[in-house]
Design a binder for this molecule. Structure first.
Ligand code: SF4
Length: 394
């Protein structure tokens, strides 16, 4: 191997590689949920675990996995024994324990036995979706847990002593007042997790809440949403949680590395029905159907939908969209270097406009959104997409 080739091989090995596993089981469907999930049955779980083995065997693993994320669905619904089986796969692909390994949990399924299985496997980070501490709002979301279950589950998480714990909250819920949201944040802060994710409720097509919205039974209030965003940021900053992305806050050193790598347009492999991948020069999602996915992988095929080639232009576009959602912003020079033929004149014009309008700041080649810009991150993202059209083949 030449010196250059050996340097390139070394650099490729040092690059992070994520592994996302979609565990598609939920006991019931939350009213806002657009993720692929199905009710767990013994046979379905068996087919899922066998399918994960088959799919992993079809992937060309070019380097060890560095971060792992089990999402869903509700990975925490698997039995301790099945969690152990899934963990064996992680150990094989990581060549030991990954640097970070997150598992999503729902309060109602947290048990000492499951937590012990995850801890023994080497899981470093658990993320529990609590959404709200208010019983009426949990009902409005169709969540199947109670406030008491949240506290009981949190006590168990603390006793299990995971290196990092995240809690997920949601705001702009139907009927939620500003005072109720402030109280939810206060209560989450009182529990003192290492990381908090706060998501503004979105109405995804074909969800129960979307139907209510289209029937006029719930209403959108963009001005209230903006106030809730701003009060969240102020309240969490005051409590020592640094914002590092529009919806994510952490104590020092507890940022989610897996998600950061994804937003930095690094590579990850997704296993399981509906799981997305970005690697080997393409991005796409597995079929969102347990039976079809399992049939495909068991006959040796990974069938992905919406598969696109990862051109430098596409990566640069997404690096800007996701980069601007992060507080650290994006280094435009890096992406110009990686993708010299993208339509940078249009992008520069847009960035100049964002700065002139007070929505972004620029220091050298690093561009960051201001708080006002971050409130408009979705429409800024849409403008970035516009600026990259038409894509220049690169
Ligand atoms: S628990 Fe999560 S994945 Fe399951 S239905 Fe609720 S929001 Fe969707």
């Amino acid at each position: 191997m030449s010196d250059l080739a050996s340097e390139q091989a070394k650099a490729a090995t040092a690059k992070p590689l994520g592994l996302y596993v979609h565990v598609p089981f939920c006991a019931s469907t939350c009213d806002f949920c657009a993720f692929y999930q199905t009710k767990p049955t013994a046979e379905g779980v068996e087919r899922f675990l066998a399918g994960i083995e088959s799919e992993a065997a079809l992937v060309e693993w070019t380097r060890p996995v560095t971060t792992v994320f089990w999402g869903g669905g509700t990975p925490g619904l698997l039995s301790p024994r099945d969690l152990g089986r899934l963990a064996e796969l992680v150990h094989r692909r990581c060549g030991g324990a990954p640097a970070e390994w997150t598992v999503e949990l729902a309060p109602a399924s947290v048990t000492p036995q499951r937590l012990a299985a995850l801890r023994a496997a080497g899981v470093t980070r658990v993320s529990m979706g609590i959404q709200s501490f208010q019983p009426a709002l949990l009902d409005a979301l169709g969540r199947q847990h109670t406030r008491e279950q949240v506290y009981a589950a949190y006590d168990l998480l603390q006793a299990a002593d995971f290196p990092s714990v995240n809690l997920d909250l949601m705001f702009a819920l139907p009927g939620q007042t500003e005072a109720e949201w402030a109280a939810d944040i206060r209560e989450a802060v009182r529990l003192a997790p290492d990381h908090l994710s706060t998501y503004c409720l979105t109405f995804e097509e074909d969800t129960a809440l979307w139907i209510k919205l289209s029937q006029g039974r719930v209403k959108l209030d963009p001005e209230l949403e903006a106030r809730l965003y701003e009060s969240t940021w102020a309240q969490l900053a005051g409590a020592g949680y640094a914002q590092y992305e529009v919806s994510n806050f952490s104590r020092p050193g507890h940022e989610c590395r897996h998600n950061l790598n994804t937003w930095h347009m690094e590579e990850w492999i997704g296993l399981g029905p509906s799981a997305a991948s970005q690697s080997h020069g393409w991005r796409g999602a597995n079929v969102a159907d347990l039976d079809r996915w399992q049939a495909d992988v068991s006959r040796g095929e990974r069938v992905t939908e919406d598969r696109v080639a990862l051109t430098p232009s596409l990566l640069a576009e997404d690096a800007l969209i996701f980069g601007l959602r992060m507080n650290a912003g994006v280094d435009v020079a890096e992406w110009k270097h990686r993708c010299p033929r993208a339509p940078w004149a249009g992008v520069e014009e847009l960035l100049g406009r964002l700065v002139a309008d007070g929505l972004a700041t620029r220091q050298g080649e690093r561009v960051q959104l201001t708080n006002r810009g971050r409130l408009l991150a979705d429409s800024v993202g849409a403008e970035v997409m516009e600026a990259f059209r038409p894509l220049v083949p690169a």
